[in-house]
Design a protein around this ligand. Structure first.
Ligand code: F6P
Length: 324
């Protein structure tokens, strides 16, 4: 087996709390195994332009508790072109990097899959995204922290909603996945979640209206996925206004991506980062480190990026039962 001498680590796509903990684990595990490790800044963009430097154990001291990513991140269009990937490969050869750990979401792994196959490079992935939308893993790094941020914010909105006896529509992130909205709704005791995975937006809205927003005498909180399928909180508010309701809209936005990672995310990131380097050492490639039933598993990139991670229908039922 070819012995790895130097690996590169990068973060790509939207940042997620816990990415720094994952970087720390990758760096320390590489050094522990006498492998050099180089930081690639700004995701695939830095691989193309050569923004790279060697990392040492001190470089990742005191970052386990920090949100964002010390490596910076970007969504890189150039990497989608063969010319861009050729330049990225040239950088790797020049820098003597013979394996990569990429930390990010589906876009990151889509790029990694093509790049790894094209140039026969060992690449492994660590799932870092608040959306929790990667197939083959129970959770992604950053999801738990984002969920806790949603809970903290919505608990505050509940105070004012209850005082004024108002209906609030609170839009949360997740792209086309409803994990944050649905589990957030259960965690805050919301009256409903409008998510893209189940029923049409009209059906969900209709059911809410027929129920008369049960808790209207005190307050009503509805979490809405940002997805186009739901129409977002503003779209739903407009429809409700046409039916005589007077909803308030809050869009939580990028606050959901920031902040110190939760203990759960720090542990997940640490385990995944160690597993990623171990996988490279063992000659693995083209796989993401997932977690299933609290065990780290290796998921082929082709599986991880298929748009099929299902929401547990039981959770929707639970939410309905709990808000009668
Ligand atoms: O993928 C993470 C995420 O925060 C999504 O939930 C959201 O739709 C998107 O990124 C926002 O991306 P940007 O910060 O580039 O606008």
């Amino acid at each position: 087996m070819h012995r790895l001498k130097c690996i590169g680590v990068l973060t790509s796509g939207g940042d997620a709390p816990g990415m720094n903990a994952a970087i720390r684990a990758v760096v320390r595990t590489a050094i522990f195994n006498n492998i050099q490790v180089k930081a690639i800044y700004k995701g695939y963009q830095g691989l193309i332009s050569g923004e790279i430097r060697q990392l040492y154990t001190d470089d990742v001291s005191y970052i386990i508790d920090r949100g964002g990513t010390i490596l910076k991140t970007a969504r890189c269009l150039e990497f989608k072109t063969p010319e861009g990937r050729q330049r990225a490969y040239d950088t790797m050869v020049r820098e003597g990097i013979d394996g990569l750990v990429v930390i990010g979401g589906d876009g990151t792994f889509t790029g990694a899959r093509v790049f790894g196959q094209e140039f026969n490079i060992p690449i492994v992935g660590v799932p870092g995204t608040i959306d929790n939308d990667l197939y083959g893993t129970d959770s992604t790094i950053g999801y738990d922290t984002a969920l806790n941020t949603i809970v903290e914010a919505v608990d505050k909105i509940r105070d004012t909603a209850a005082s004024h006896e108002r209906l609030f529509l609170i839009e949360v992130m997740g792209r086309d996945a409803g994990f944050l909205a649905l589990n957030g709704a259960i965690a805050v005791g919301a009256e409903a979640a409008i998510i893209p995975e189940f029923a049409t937006q009209e059906d969900q809205l209709e059911r809410l209206i027929q129920n008369g927003f049960h808790k209207m005498k005190h307050s009503s909180i509805v979490l809405v996925s940002e997805s186009d399928t739901t129409g977002g909180a503003v779209g739903i508010a407009n429809q409700l206004k046409e039916r005589g309701f007077n909803p308030k809209v809050t869009i939580l936005g990028h606050i959901q991506r920031g902040g110190a990672p939760s203990a759960t995310d720090r542990v997940l990131a640490s385990r995944s980062g160690v597993a990623a380097v171990d996988a490279l050492i063992q000659g693995q490639r083209g796989v993401m480190m997932g977690i299933v039933n609290n065990k780290i598993v290796q998921v082929p990139f082709s599986e991880a990026i298929k748009d099929e991670k299902l929401i547990d229908k039981h959770l929707v039922d639970i939410l309905q039962v709990l808000c009668v």
